[in-house]
Design a protein around this ligand. Structure first.
Ligand SMILES: [Zn+2]
Length: 291
C-alpha cells in the first residue's frame, strides 16, 4: 500500500514537471514572438520617421542652401510675374492683344531665369516671406499664368519643363479644370475661381455682386476640384474688402490682383500685386523687371 502511494506521488511529480516545462516553453515562445513584433513595429516607425525627416531636409535645404550666401532679396520685394496667352509665329499665329506672348520671347525669358540661377519659392515660402518668418534669396521670382488657356499647356509648359523652372497656372476651373488632372511636372494648379470669370453688376466681375454663400460655394468647389488649392487670383483683377473676408474664411492664404508691383514683407495677403509681362516686353525690360 505504502509503495503504491509512493509510486503515485512519483508519477504526479513527473507529470507536474512535464506540464511546468511545457508551460515554460510556451510562454518563452510567446514572449519572443511578441518582442519580435514590437521590434518590427518600432523599426517601421523609425524608417517612416527617417523618411519624413529626409523629405523635410530636402524641402528646406534648397532655400537654406541659397540663404547661406547671405544675399537676400532686396527691400522692394518679390516679383510675381503675370502671363496670359502664348502664340507661335512660325505656325503663322499672331497676337490678338498685348496679353499674347510670342513663344520664342517666352523661351528667351525663361532661359535667362534658368541660366542666372533664379530661385522659385514655394507658395508657403512666399507666405512666410510676407509674414517675415523667412528671407528669400537675392534672385527670386514667381511665374503665374492666368486662365489655363490651351496655348499655355501646348506652348509654354514644354519650355517650363525644358528649363526646369516652376510655374503656377491660375485655372478658371469651370473652363479648364480638367487640365489639372494631367499633373504636369513643374506646374502648380491654383484657383482663378470655379465660375466667377464673368461679368456681373456695374461692369465688374460677379465676385463683387454675388452673395457670400454663393462666393464661398464657388471658392470651395474650385479648391476641391484642384485638390486643395489655397492661392487665388481675382477674375479681371476685381476685388473689394468683402472678397478678402470670404477668401480667408474658406481657407485661401494669398490672393493676387493685376495691380503692378512686387510682393513685399507685411503686404496685405489678399491684395498682392504682380509684374505684368506683355507681348512687347523686350528681354532688356524683362531683366529690369526681375532683377
Ligand atoms: Zn483671367
Amino acid at each position: 500500500m505504502k509503495r503504491k502511494k509512493k509510486k503515485l506521488k512519483k508519477v504526479k511529480l513527473i507529470c507536474f514537471i512535464i506540464i511546468f516545462c511545457l508551460a515554460l516553453l510556451c510562454s518563452i515562445k510567446y514572449i519572443s514572438k511578441k518582442n519580435n513584433k514590437n521590434i518590427e513595429i518600432a523599426n517601421t516607425e523609425i524608417e517612416e520617421e527617417v523618411k519624413f525627416e529626409e523629405e523635410k531636409i530636402e524641402e528646406t535645404s534648397k532655400l537654406e542652401e541659397k540663404l547661406k550666401t547671405g544675399k537676400y532679396l532686396k527691400q522692394d520685394g518679390l516679383p510675381v510675374l503675370m502671363y496670359h496667352f502664348f502664340y507661335d509665329k512660325t505656325k503663322g499665329e499672331t497676337a490678338k492683344d498685348g496679353n499674347y506672348i510670342e513663344i520664342s520671347s517666352f523661351e528667351e525669358q525663361i532661359k535667362y531665369l534658368a541660366e542666372n540661377d533664379f530661385y522659385f519659392p514655394t507658395w508657403q515660402e512666399v507666405e512666410d516671406y510676407i509674414d517675415e518668418k523667412t528671407e528669400l534669396p537675392e534672385k527670386s521670382v514667381v511665374i503665374t499664368v492666368d486662365d489655363g488657356d490651351p496655348s499655355f499647356f501646348e506652348l509654354a509648359v514644354p519650355i517650363i519643363q525644358k528649363y526646369n523652372v516652376q510655374a503656377t497656372s491660375f485655372l478658371v476651373v469651370y473652363w479648364y479644370g480638367n487640365r489639372a488632372e494631367n499633373k504636369e511636372k513643374n506646374v502648380s494648379y491654383q484657383s482663378h475661381s470655379y465660375d466667377m470669370h464673368k461679368g456681373g453688376a456695374n461692369g465688374k466681375g460677379v465676385m463683387l455682386s454675388w452673395d457670400n454663400n454663393k462666393i464661398k460655394e464657388d471658392l470651395e468647389l474650385s479648391s476641391k476640384v484642384l485638390g486643395g488649392a489655397n492661392i487665388f487670383c481675382y477674375p479681371f483683377g476685381h476685388y473689394n474688402e468683402n472678397c478678402f473676408k470670404v477668401l480667408k474664411e474658406t481657407g485661401y492664404k494669398l490672393a493676387f490682383t493685376v495691380e503692378a508691383g512686387r510682393v513685399t514683407k507685411k503686404a496685405n495677403k489678399y491684395k498682392l500685386p504682380r509684374v505684368r509681362i506683355s507681348g512687347n516686353t523686350s528681354i532688356n525690360s524683362f531683366i529690369k523687371k526681375v532683377e
